[in-house]
Design a binder for this molecule. Structure first.
Ligand code: BES
Ligand code: MN
Ligand code: ZN
Length: 510
């Protein structure tokens, strides 16, 4: 990942390949934001006029490159749009800063060092700039890219911006330093989740995913337990086994636990980890399976969030459950019509093997509930219906406790993740009635994103607050990058989970 440094230098004197400044959209044209004073001075106070002449508007995501005048050490100035200027005595929204920093970092891919002179009023704003820049600078870098470039002697074109120097704050100020450090940790963990999602499914299967958890566990002092197919069979995990049995790569259930000696609360996080979803015997048609390596994004988010909690030393216990399987058709695969006995004893008639996420999650939710955590949050690329309802950028938040669901939704807003609360209407339950089992794994088409949530609710222990995040839309970004969101894996839900753990540690929740 790119390096983050804090600097007290002025934007004029810092040695860098580019200086990044902010431009807002004012009622009468672009308005240069605070932080760019030294740069404006080098332009003899004509920076706004130059930007306007170049057609810059200050619109969100807009980037304008200018050759730097003498008087600046850096050869290039990059002006990045912050969107509408805020009201007089208000600072820029953190998400506007995050996105602008991300757009700037992307525009500077291949550069060695950029100085970010964006408007940072306080430590949290500086944290947002750092986070946005580090997330925007991300690119998926299989080892072979760099190796191939080295062999050809060519410049490594896909290399991200290597160093981000944050200006405008006070590096010696504790809050500022802490905000920058938190941003670097969280960004690195979001990027860990992105890497896992971007890995081709022949390189990341349940076993290699579990091994990655073990490696991280050693590095960050986490307790990692892996149930392999023998242990899963013996333990009665009929959902995970039922989904995984069609694949040559057998399933795993990983428990990855972070504990703090003074923790008062325990949070359980459960992630859907289908390393590839072909649909199984209910095979997906071409056009629907090309991106299905992303179907483990929930488990990746949970994994990254637990590691974040450990690295940040949060005063809360966080237990991650990664329900890992590959959903494939074969002679040994579960058939539509089969009845599975789930962990805890409930039986499910599998009517559609492509509704596999709820089967692995049902087992994991029941197992997580046995430890009686204070709250459970599951994260899953669960339904196409949620994408139809909320689009590609917003995840749905459901749950069994309105107050907890609202808290999770508000936390998503707070960290700049787009989310929306969705209901779990009780009457949908009977659509899953089955003549041969406790219920079926699908029901009617209408409201089927909510129906999946109602299915999951059956496996949550009595009295445990639970929220379900359906990230099928935002987990994998197929169109052009924007702000700090790259193409491919996005790391959706990691920042929400980390902030939830922080609030839980602080005792802000129930
Ligand atoms: N992994 C898919 C859901 C999905 C769709 C994720 C699009 C990301 C993007 C899930 O396992 C699935 O196939 N769901 C089915 C359920 C149906 C068969 C009841 C769906 O949504 O169509
Ligand atoms: Mn599926
Ligand atoms: Zn799936």
């Amino acid at each position: 990942m790119s390096a983050l440094t804090l600097s007290t230098s002025s934007a004029a004197t810092l040695r860098a390949d580019a200086v990044v400044i902010g431009v807002a959209k004012g009622p009468k044209g672009p308005v240069v934001a605070a932080g760019a004073e030294a740069v404006d001075k080098a332009f003899d106070g004509k920076l706004t006029a130059v930007l306007e002449a170049l057609g810059a508007t200050g619109g969100e995501g807009e980037t304008t490159k200018l050759p730097a005048p003498s008087g600046l050490k850096a050869p290039v100035v990059l002006a990045v749009g912050l969107g509408e200027a805020p009201a007089k005595d208000e600072g820029f929204a953190h998400e506007a800063l995050r996105r602008a920093a991300g757009s700037a970092a992307r525009a500077l891919a291949g550069s060695k060092k950029a100085a970010f002179a964006l408007p940072v009023e306080d430590a949290d704003a500086a944290g947002a700039v750092a986070e946005g820049a580090l997330l925007g600078a991300y690119s998926y870098r299989p080892a072979r890219n760099a190796a191939a470039a080295k062999k050809d002697g060519k410049a490594d074109k896909g290399a991200p911006l290597a160093e981000i120097a944050l200006l405008g704050g006070k590096p010696r100020d504790k809050a500022f330093k802490a905000a920058a450090e938190r941003a670097a940790t969280v960004a690195e963990e979001v990027n860990r989740a992105r890497d896992l999602v971007n890995m081709p499914p022949n390189e990341l299967d349940p076993k290699t995913f579990a091994a990655a958890a073990q490696t991280a566990g050693k590095e960050f002092g986490l307790k990692v337990e892996v149930l392999d197919e023998k242990a899963l069979l013996k333990g009665g995990f009929g959902g995970i086994m039922g989904v995984g049995r069609g694949s040559d790569a057998p399933p795993r259930l990983v428990r990855i636990g972070y504990t703090h000696p003074k923790a008062e609360k325990t949070l359980a996080l459960v992630g859907k980890g289908i390393t590839y979803d072909s649909g199984g015997i209910s095979l997906k048609p071409a056009g629907h399976n090309e991106t299905m390596k992303c179907d483990m994004a929930g488990a990746a988010a949970v994994f990254a969030a637990v590691v974040s909690a450990a690295r940040l030393g949060l005063k809360v216990n966080v237990t991650g459950w990664l329900a890992l399987a590959e959903n494939m058709p074969s002679g040994s695969a579960t058939r539509p019509g089969d009845v599975l006995k789930m962990y805890g004893g409930k039986t499910v008639e599998v009517l559609n093997t492509d509704a596999e996420g709820r089967l692995v999650l049902g087992d994991a939710l029941a197992r997580a509930s046995e430890e009686n955590p204070d709250a459970i949050v599951d994260v899953a690329t669960l339904t196409g219906a949620m994408v139809l309802a909320l689009g590609n950028r917003t995840f749905g938040v459901m749950g069994n406790d309105d107050a907890f669901r609202t808290s999770v939704y508000e936390i998503a807003e707070e960290v700049g993740e787009q989310a929306w609360p969705m209901p779990l209407p009780g009457e949908l339950r009977k659509a899953m009635d089955s003549p041969v089992a406790d219920f079926a794994n699908m029901g009617e088409r209408m409201g089927s994103g909510l129906l999946a949530g109602i299915f999951l609710k059956e496996f949550v222990g009595e009295g445990i607050a639970w929220a379900h995040l359906d990230i099928a839309g935002p987990a994998y970004h197929e169109s052009a990058p924007y702000g700090y969101t790259p193409k491919g894996g996005t790391g959706s839900a990691v920042r929400t989970l980390v902030r939830l753990a922080e609030h839980t540690a602080a005792g802000d929740l129930g």
